[in-house]
Ligand binder design. Structure first.
Ligand code: IDP
Ligand code: MG
Length: 139
């Protein structure tokens, strides 16, 4: 099934100059990049984005980090895009991420794990709605 998902290169990876390499992996895989922008996430958008983690001990640190510098946001479309993009990202904790995955190739710490991807159809729709206007998604 053709799906759309929200993928975001986090501030650590943008600062390290990895945006192009990471974007290229999704293009090479065959996905269409329907939306693409570099921006600094506003605090209220970050709190909404990570609302499911509001009660976690790392929430403040997470919001601080994700708003600390520019991110690269993408709307990615393709067959089974939601799960396939998550699989390409690797485990949340880079220590557990397999080599060949993005986190397994580029990251060492869970707090700076390079990339975000929606974890299901509901979160994909919700996250795309937070971060992209309809006019920014070029289908
Ligand atoms: P995901 O990004 O793989 O979907 P989530 O469990 O949704 O993982 O967590 C969101 C983000 O919160 C992670 O990508 C990671 O950066 C951060 N995070 C998760 N667990 C921890 C933790 O135990 N300490 C610090 N940061 C964490
Ligand atoms: Mg998540």
């Amino acid at each position: 099934m053709t799906e759309r998902t929200f993928v975001m290169i986090k501030p650590d990876a943008v600062a390290r100059g990895l945006s192009g390499e990471i974007l290229a992996r999704f293009e090479r895989r065959g996905f269409a990049v329907l939306g693409l922008k570099k921006c600094v996430m506003a605090r209220d958008a970050a709190e909404e984005h990570y609302a499911e983690h509001r009660d976690k001990p790392f929430f403040a640190e997470l919001v601080e980090f994700i708003t600390s510098g520019p991110v690269v946001m993408m709307c990615i479309e393709g067959e089974g895009a939601i799960l396939a993009c998550r699989t390409m990202m690797g485990a949340t904790n880079p220590q557990d991420a397999a080599p060949g995955t993005i986190r397994g190739d580029y990251a060492l710490e869970v707090g700076q794990n390079v990339i975000h991807g929606s974890d299901g159809p509901e979160s994909a729709a919700r996250e795309l709605g937070i971060h992209f206007a309809d006019s920014e998604i070029i289908g």
